[in-house]
Write a protein that binds this ligand. Structure first.
Ligand SMILES: NC(=O)c1ccc[n+]([C@@H]2O[C@H](COP(=O)([O-])OP(=O)(O)OC[C@H]3O[C@@H](n4cnc5c(N)ncnc54)[C@H](O)[C@@H]3O)[C@@H](O)[C@H]2O)c1
Ligand SMILES: O=P(O)(O)OC[C@H](O)CO
Length: 330
């Protein structure tokens, strides 16, 4: 595990490269765009996706997936909707047993597959792990203290992964519930949009606290229905990430919700940003998955109705507020 391959040189893949290099590993970083590869290798920064962060010489960018597949561990850090195509391209190059650590947060549109299901299908010989938690890329890149969940079914392998990537300021906590870890990361993005809307609409801090808490109930229901454990959702990859993302304008999801709440159109907001806003792409899949499993997720459904089904924002808010009263713990 001396050398780590990272697939995806967006903000998160680049920040992971920076922190893993500080852990003493060599890093090969694959970017989708040739100009990003050239820029990193020439200037030692990723000016497109994580400007202002100096990247050490032990980090090398490549456009060649074969170089990634030759590393001892591979981190998968593309946006969720691109993970299948990237994993499929890696498949012929994959060495059986190589750990694949999923760092993307989302549910696949159409198939409604979790990222572990995508990787199981496309890289069936990979040893899968999930790395998730409250992690703004820029803070990790700057070396600010951060803790994450690293979930792996094989706890011996999990410990080796923790040792390979952990530092005093990037602290992985080992877990074995992959489903719980990834559902938390995927659904909090949708909930963060809802919390941003509430803030942008001036609906108050009580409303945001209510959304975070009832949102936690929603994502826990979905995780349990998919085979995850409730206690995982109380950890870094669940509650921890939900608190972070649902209360900070650093979050792309929260800030998009904020702008929607202020009255801007979705098309206008998306046109003004290059960075991925995963909650927009996963909202429909989360709601469809919940429907398939018979799970109620009214906050996510409200976000989906506004983003994908043309519902008026005030009507969506009114629909949520006028739901029947119910017991808190059911
Ligand atoms: N940025 C963060 O703070 C952060 C933290 C934790 C997890 N994540 C997750 O990491 C994943 C990647 O997000 P990011 O913030 O690094 O992205 P980003 O918004 O910084 O960059 C977009 C990325 O999409 C890639 N891309 C665009 N088209 C592509 C294609 N056709 N095939 C493959 N890749 C393509 C780009 O190369 C780039 O890497 C997301 O699932 C996100 O939720 C992000
Ligand atoms: O900026 P966001 O909303 O994509 O969130 C980034 C990370 O997922 C926070 O943990």
């Amino acid at each position: 595990m001396d050398s780590i391959g990272i697939v995806g040189a967006g903000a998160w893949g680049t920040a992971l490269a920076a922190t893993i290099r500080r852990a003493g590993r060599n890093v090969v970083l694959w970017a989708h765009e040739a100009e990003v590869v050239a820029g990193i290798n020439a200037t030692r920064t990723n000016a497109t996706y994580l400007p202002g962060i100096a990247l050490e010489c032990g980090i090398r960018a490549t456009i060649d997936l074969a170089e990634i597949a030759a590393q001892g561990v591979v981190l998968l850090v593309t946006p969720a909707q691109h993970l299948r195509a990237t994993a499929r391209a890696l498949a012929p190059l994959w060495r059986p047993g190589t750990p694949a650590v999923i760092c993307a947060k989302g549910i696949e549109q159409g198939t409604l597959a979790m990222m572990t299901e995508v990787v199981e299908a496309e890289l069936p010989t990979a040893a899968i792990a999930v790395l998730s938690g409250p992690t703004f890329a820029i803070e990790v890149a700057r070396g600010l203290p951060t803790a994450v969940t690293l979930a792996c079914a094989d706890q011996v392998l999990g410990k080796r992964l923790v040792e390979a990537v952990g530092t005093p300021t990037f602290r992985p906590y080992l877990a074995d519930d992959l489903v719980g870890a990834e559902i938390g990361g995927a659904v909090k993005n949708v909930l963060a949009i809802a919390c941003g809307i509430v803030e942008g609409r001036g609906m108050g801090d009580n409303a945001r606290a209510a959304l975070i808490t009832r949102g936690l109930a929603e994502l826990t229901r979905l995780a349990v229905a998919k085979g995850g454990r409730p206690e995982t959702l109380m950890g870094l990859s669940g509650l921890g990430d939900l608190i972070l993302t649902a209360s900070s304008t650093q979050s792309r999801n929260y800030s998009l919700g904020f702008a929607l709440g202020e009255g801007r159109s979705l098309a206008d907001i998306l046109a003004s940003r290059r960075a991925v806003t995963e909650g927009v792409w996963s909202a429909g899949a989360v709601v469809d998955l919940a429907g398939r499993l018979g799970i109620e997720m009214p906050i996510c459904a409200g976000v989906d109705s506004v983003i994908n089904r043309g519902q008026d924002l005030d009507q969506a808010i009114a629909a949520l507020l006028n739901r029947p009263f119910r017991a808190e713990t059911r």
